[in-house]
Design a protein around this ligand. Structure first.
Ligand code: FAD
Length: 470
């Protein structure tokens, strides 16, 4: 442990926000300590979030392809079976290697790593109950709170992580449930529903709101929902969950229409509660130093990530803004740059969002609905993957690119992509928005053929003029 020697920067939390901030601080020549209670670095993202979910999404997609698509590509298999323990082992191996990798990165950058639960004694002193059972006090001129978020439960529903699970339990089921009910049609619910649906579960998604993923562009969302329905995912929208109870060997849900009305019941083997996430500050003793939070429990910061207490900063899921790993990382770098006397900047309007289902849905910037609300005059350019040669060649042509650009200046305001690898394709658009590009800029940029990226070029052509291949 760092003992009583004072650090320039102490980071509480070793998730994507915290560990990235710690590495960047050390790279800027600041003496840095990172405190993490989990005993493994990488936070929610690496341990129970982004990484294990993508591992299972990939494995389940491979199974699904082998079972349903290989034959049409001329690849004959005997029988195709799911081996859940092997799938989980592959996921655990990926997670284990990556967490150890981050520990190596901290060492390489000379970040002092303290394993334990941190709490404020004063704005510059953190008491840490170490994992080994001791206690140490870590001092810092600057403290960065990067304690992230936790699963948001629903009133009256007890998560046991076996039959009534959060995303954490859904990433570690021992067998494929026959019937899975997902409460909440957000990114995480749809991703986990996809995993188990591909492996054979009958999946029903119950959502209080009238739409799935309400932040998504409406037109894309409709096509996305249709695609998921084709994959046999069922949706019960505008539906309120009244209660969830375990029965002899399953779970019983009582539901009623969101607008009120007769109750119905639904039975399942496993219920996934994915109603969102809440900031995590339990046990930090924020009240002891007077750090301000909002009604939702998020720590309030200014543009420089400074809280109301001098020398105390906060980043990532624990502050307002999109609850995403890459946003937490950007926060971490910018926050440390400010501390080091440099300038940093994160534009939350240009944080891409990706739903890693199949097809994936990725977006950056404004939706059409937002532009209407803002009263902005815009043009729309679209191009379907059905007219993209690469997508046709690999027989995976569901989806489209949609570009929204300012009617007068042609500056791109939003890009929305639904396609197998939309999460990779979106970054050309993110860069375009970052540089204030016009749709004509993308259209006149040479794109390699045959690639899925050509659909972006064609959609850009269609925004200010006409596409070629449709
Ligand atoms: P966290 O990752 O939550 O890390 C905070 C860390 O602080 C934790 O390790 C915690 O143990 C530690 N900590 C808390 N309090 C203390 C304390 N007092 N002392 C010491 N340590 C403490 N985001 C994406 O961008 N892409 C995805 O594909 C994606 N998929 C997801 C899938 C799932 C199932 C889930 C649950 C989340 C997913 N997310 C995804 C969201 C992403 O995980 C979070 O946005 C991200 O982890 C936030 O980073 P953070 O550093 O702010 O907090």
């Amino acid at each position: 442990a760092s003992g009583s020697e004072e650090n320039d920067v102490v980071v509480i939390g070793g998730g994507p926000g915290g560990y990235v901030a710690a590495i960047k601080a050390a790279q800027l020549g600041l003496k840095t300590t990172c405190i993490e209670k989990r005993g493994a670095l990488g936070g929610t993202c690496l341990n129970v979030g982004c990484i294990p979910s993508k591992a299972l999404l990939h494995s389940s997609h491979m199974y699904h392809e082998a079972k349903h698509s290989f034959a049409s590509h001329g690849v004959k298999l005997g029988s195709v079976e799911v081996d859940v323990p092997a799938m989980m082992a592959q996921k655990d191996k990926a997670v284990g290697n990556l967490t150890k990798g981050i520990e190596g990165l901290l060492k390489k950058n000379k970040v002092n790593y303290v394993k334990g639960y941190g709490k404020f004694l004063s704005p510059s002193e953190i008491s840490v109950d170490t994992i080994e059972g001791g206690n140490t006090v870590v001092k810092g001129k600057n403290i960065i709170i990067a304690t992230g978020s936790d699963v948001k439960g629903l009133p009256g529903i007890t998560i046991d992580e076996e039959r009534i699970v959060s995303s954490t339990g859904a990433l570690a089921l021992k067998e494929v449930p026959k019937k899975l009910i997902v409460i909440g049609a957000g990114y995480i619910g749809l991703e986990m529903g996809s995993v188990w649906g591909r492996l054979g579960s009958e999946v029903t998604v119950v959502e209080f709101a009238p739409d799935i993923v309400p932040t998504m562009d409406g037109e894309i969302r409709k096509q996305f929902q249709r695609s998921l329905e084709k994959q046999k995912m069922k949706f019960m929208l505008k539906t309120k969950v009244v209660s969830v109870d375990t029965t002899g060997n399953g779970v019983k849900l009582t539901l009623e229409p969101a607008a009120g009305g007769d109750q119905t019941t639904l039975e399942a083997d496993v219920v996934l509660v994915s109603a969102g996430r809440i900031p995590f500050t339990a046990g930090l003793q924020l009240d002891k130093i007077g750090v301000e939070t909002d009604k939702a429990g998020r720590i309030l910061v200014n543009q420089r990530f400074a809280t109301n207490v001098p020398g105390v900063y906060a980043i990532g899921d624990v502050i307002p803004g999109p609850m995403l790993a890459h946003k937490a990382e950007e926060d971490g770098v910018a926050c440390v740059e400010y501390i080091a006397g440099k300038e940093g900047h994160v534009d939350y309007d240009l944080v891409p969002g990706v739903c890693y289902t199949h097809p994936e849905v990725a977006s950056v910037g404004r939706t059409e609905e937002q532009l209407k609300t803002l009263g902005v005059d815009y043009r729309v350019g679209k191009f379907p993957f059905l007219a993209n040669s690469r997508a046709k060649a690999i027989d995976d042509a569901e989806g489209l690119v949609k570009i929204l650009a300012d009617k007068e200046t042609d500056r791109i305001l939003g890009v929305h992509i639904m396609s197998p690898n939309a999460g990779e394709l979106i970054h050309e658009a993110v860069l375009a928005l970052q540089y204030g590009a016009s749709s004509e800029d993308i259209a006149r940029t040479c794109h390699a053929h045959p690639t899925m990226s050509e659909a972006l070029k064609e959609a850009a052509m269609a925004t200010y003029d006409k596409a070629i291949h449709i």
